[in-house]
Ligand binder design. Structure first.
Ligand code: AR6
Length: 176
């Protein structure tokens, strides 16, 4: 069975160990999937985010931090900061790949088996969906080829276009 699956739905209702949030650098909550995750997790999540921000300052673009999940029935939430699309000449591709890679590394180092990603940066941050899907899929495929954890990666798509892009790309990721 493939270690990658593509589903449609709300990331806050998945049966996985860890979900990834498309966060902002200040970890202060916001709209999109960030808003949905904070809404479902309850105020405890914002308190954890504020505490980490007070301690470490902003989370740089491409980096990720892990914390508890509040009321969401998963073991942890990884807040990853994707790049704002600025036309493609500001290393957006590298930074988006970093956001996926660093999230996978955090999940692996905590021993988590199953992780779910939203399509980071493709909403409010404006990253073109086809290019972002390609980076997400190739970064995850490369990581899984070289690591046994996480065992399962779920791409949780919120719109049909994203779902179709991932489904198509998954056919070319034959090594996992
Ligand atoms: N489950 C799964 N995916 C979702 C959900 C959901 N419940 N809701 C939206 N999406 P976005 P970004 C999809 O805008 O572009 C926030 O204000 C959405 O359709 O959430 O990285 C943060 O605080 C899209 O495909 O994240 C930052 O300031 C994908 O999630 C900023 O937005 C990402 O869209 C981050 O912007």
């Amino acid at each position: 069975m493939s270690r990658i699956s593509v589903i449609s739905g709300d990331i806050t209702s998945l049966d996985v160990d860890v979900i990834v949030n498309a966060a902002n650098a200040q970890l202060q909550g916001g709209g999109g999937v960030d808003g949905a995750i904070h809404h479902a997790a309850g105020p405890e999540l914002l308190e954890q985010c504020a505490a980490i921000y007070r301690q470490n300052g902003a989370c740089p673009t491409g980096q990720a931090v892990i914390m508890g999940a509040g009321d969401i029935p998963v073991k942890a939430i990884i807040h990853a900061v994707g790049p704002v699309w600025q036309g493609g000449d500001c290393d957006e591709a590298g930074l988006l790949a970093d956001a996926y890679h660093n999230s996978l590394q955090l999940a692996a180092s905590h021993g988590y088996q199953r992780i779910a990603f939203p399509a980071i940066s493709t909403g409010i941050y404006g990253y073109p969906k086809p290019a972002a899907a390609q980076i997400a899929m190739s970064t995850v495929c490369d990581f899984l080829r070289n690591h046994s954890l996480p065992h399962q990666v779920v791409f949780c798509c919120y719109d049909q276009e994203t779902h179709d892009l991932y489904q198509h790309l998954l056919m070319n990721c034959d090594a996992v």
